[in-house]
Design a protein around this ligand. Structure first.
Ligand SMILES: Cc1cc2nc3c(=O)[nH]c(=O)nc-3n(C[C@H](O)[C@H](O)[C@H](O)COP(=O)(O)OP(=O)(O)OC[C@H]3O[C@@H](n4cnc5c(N)ncnc54)[C@H](O)[C@@H]3O)c2cc1C
Length: 258
């Protein structure tokens, strides 16, 4: 994403979507001029370095940090966009974005930047394989809603609680398999499944170590070319997003040297 020009938005609505997911609608006149976006496109929420949201009262030169969230819905007529945010906390420790999501009230301001885009699912492939944890669920839902109705395939989605399982709008020939995050993870569940012999288009995003497990599995099990694969780490256990980005860069460098 090029150097972002922040858009100051206000919380128009906020509601609990499921046990660990908060849906937040942000509004701004400037969103009426936002570019059209494809499924999985994202924005950056902007915070001051102290972790409070960057708002119209923030000093322009104050150091900032950003957190990435998928645009679940964009309504340019109303100047509104929806993001669905995982409410996470481990031993009482959360992050600025999840902390904000849990507390945000109607009218609260937060600056955003974007949009950025990600690779699309190739629906010309014989079948599609979507996989992700709850951070990728907004993107997977958007893909499932937008791909052609006759698309065939599978969506593996891992959740921390069965109360995060929801009915999804999807093509009838896509099987959705909910995976208990606490019992083995995505790669082992995918590895135990039977698939058609032909080559799929794969779209997968999850926690860093889960992404690496899936990468090894996909390389062994499917002979997919880079064109047919989107695979991304969306966060890393025990690491802030700033640290996660460093780990991602190192991982990409190691991969290039192999
Ligand atoms: C392209 C892209 C799209 C994304 N879309 C979404 C989305 O739509 N919804 C969404 O919820 N997330 C999404 N994410 C992931 C989100 O950006 C990260 O989870 C982010 O780190 C959360 O920031 P934070 O300030 O809450 O925590 P941070 O300050 O980054 O981290 C603080 C601590 O919390 C832990 N942590 C961070 N995220 C999680 C989590 N999900 N579960 C458990 N522990 C966590 C970290 O390991 C760290 O120990 C997306 C990421 C990318 C790259």
């Amino acid at each position: 994403m090029s150097k972002p020009i922040p858009i100051i938005t206000r919380v128009k609505d906020t509601s609990r979507l499921s046990e660990n997911m908060q849906s937040v609608i942000l509004e701004s006149e400037r969103l009426k001029q936002f570019p059209a976006v494809q499924p999985g496109a994202y924005i950056k929420l902007i915070f001051e370095a102290s972790g409070v949201p960057f708002t119209s009262s923030s000093h322009q030169d104050t150091p900032r940090m950003m957190r990435t969230y998928t645009i679940r819905k964009l309504d340019k007529n109303k100047g509104q966009l929806q993001i669905d945010m995982v409410l996470h906390a481990h031993n009482g420790v959360s992050g600025p974005a999840a902390t904000w999501a849990a507390k945000a009230k109607l009218g609260d301001e937060i600056a955003i930047a974007g949009p950025g885009s990600v690779k699309q699912v190739d629906t010309k492939a014989d079948w599609v394989l979507l996989a992700g944890d709850t951070t990728a669920l907004p993107a997977i839902e958007s893909h499932l809603e937008s791909i052609p109705k006759d698309t065939k395939g599978y969506a593996f989605i891992s959740v921390g609680s069965e109360n995060d399982i929801r009915a999804l709008v999807k093509p009838k020939d896509i099987d959705v398999i909910w995976v208990d995050q606490n019992s083995g993870g995505l790669a082992s569940r995918i590895s135990g499944a039977s698939f058609p012999d032909s080559t799929p288009s794969i779209w997968a995003a999850a926690e860093f170590s889960q992404m690496r497990e899936m990468r090894a599995l996909f390389a062994e099990r499917f002979s997919v070319s880079r064109n047919e694969l989107y695979l991304s780490s969306y966060w890393k256990f025990g690491r802030s997003d700033e640290q996660h980005k460093v780990d991602k860069r190192n991982d990409a460098m190691q991969l290039q040297q192999m």
